[in-house]
Design a protein around this ligand. Sequence first.
Ligand SMILES: [Zn+2]
Ligand SMILES: [Zn+2]
Length: 647
Amino acid sequence: MTPIGKLEDSRSNGARVSDVRKRYLDFFAKRGHTIIPSAPIVPENDPTTLFTSSGMQPLVPYLLGQEHPEGVRLADSQMSFRAEDIEEIGDNRHTTFFEMLGNWSLGDYFKNKQLPWVFEFLTSKEEGLGLDPKNLYVTVFAGDEASGMSEDTEAVGIWQELFKAKGIDAAFAKIGSEAAGYERGMQEVERIFAYDAKKNWWSRAGVPSKMPAGEPGGPDSEVFYDFGLPHDPKFGAHCHPNCDCGRFIEIGNSVFMQFIKKEDGTFGELPKKNVDFGGGLERLTAATRNNPDVFLVDVFDAARQSLTRRSGKEYTDAEATRSFRIILDHMRAASFMLASGITPGNSEQPYVLRRLIRRSIREADKLGIKEAVLAEVAEGYGAAYADQYPFVAENAAFIREQLEKEEAQFRKTLAHGMRELEKMGQEIDAFTLFTTYGFPVELTEEIAKERGITLDMTAVHAKMKEHQEKSRAGAAQKFAGGLADHQAATIRYHTAHHLLLKALQKVLGPDVHQRGSNITSERLRIDFSSPAKMTDEQKAEVEKIVNDAIDAALPVTRTVMAKEDAEKLGAEHEFGASYPEQVSVYSVGPKEASEADPKFAQAFSIEFCGGPHVANTSELGEEGKRFKIQKEEASSSGVRRIKAVLQ
Ligand SMILES: [Zn+2]
Ligand SMILES: [Zn+2]
């Protein structure tokens, strides 16, 4: 561990994001945690969600009992993206893309160790962030009468001791609901606040009464930083830690997976209790600067400066701030997506990316920037993340090319569409704008909202749906049918994906590598590096290799090994991922290994992969199914895309 000096040294300019990340990871490494790399922002084998949206998400299988190859104490900084927040961007603390610092105990330490560590990390000047404990406020679970769960008095006791050691007399207040908080407000000496299950209980299903039998859950405890702003009464009569006025900002949350719901509806203690901590890296950095605006942390500096240069406006100009924030946020997210192999398109992740780009172009236009600017703004992020995520800078040329292309196209659409929209006056017709000018419906809705015009969006969407059904070319219907079935189908496609990548390398050469992938229960899609369109013969050959591997009934096995060993075996890296020292590797085949003929030497394919997979390739051929390439097309320059099915 290299000491990085005291944070105060850089406090005048604010702590840097990379300092805070490093301090955090060093702090938990020193306390026995293995640092695991961030999972990719697009979950590889989870068709139920488009993006990784928290540090917990990739860890869920392990929180539910699966053994983690790196042990029982883990910490990381996870790239996260929340698509549902796109339209909310504009205030000083929400971003679509962010990094979540996490630490986990998988059946190891619990509350009495974890909360003191969190507090120490936040307040220690030597090893942590050196935040003034006077600015920290915490919340705990108040209990839940409906399910007979009691208040988390253990957490209250731990927090009181911690504050006391810093000379702070932390009084406890039982609040209950958020509404009660606004009504009651808070007293000067109060520092520990108990809220109901809506605020301080975690389970995948929500509050205790909503949880099915067998579901784990537990209380959580949040830490808020007081930025000392005056309360804004527009949110409620009085301020309290869960107030949305911006005085208090949540900087960390410890979830204690402590209970399991029993068949009779009561709760029992879990035999193996877990802890999950998540803290927003940008917000923690903002706290070290004592400034609640996350857009002022260093990773945004270069991008913000290029916007100032191009627009002639300052970030702090009242009419410019919101547009600045939207572009800064969206271009950072877009840079990570593009660097992860996503290209703008019309559905799923590619469409979210396209929306980010289009919204940014409109905001740039509002700032008075009439020429292409996005590639220039995005450039700043490669350098800002060079230490932790070098793949962003490595893909700089690709990011620039894609943004320039998309911006050139959409600037025309925007100009035409806006002209027509202005002509429409109060009678904005979103459907016509879309079908005639390609003007996105969401954008029309946003513009109407800004102008105080209410559109009948239900009618617009009904018309859009009718229109799409007419023009639909047999596009895949998403995820129909029973869940168990789907999961099995998705897993089969994942294994087929491994077979396909290997077959492509055999036919097109060893330089073929995965550039992106998406797997659902209905098909698989792979983007791979290759300069030329495949011939029909090549496609037939690839199909034959995959089908032969299915017919050969090869076993699929998972092995945990040192990263170095896996690399020596030539295991294929999954795209957009970086790896810990111990890795999970999936190999397909051989049918039987012997000492003379060791397992990995004869394997059909070996990939770094977290799974899951079928046990045997023969499962892919059940009911006479065959592997078939449906489509082979260009995805972007030097990248081809295949959609394939088992049918
Ligand atoms: Zn407030
Ligand atoms: Zn895989």
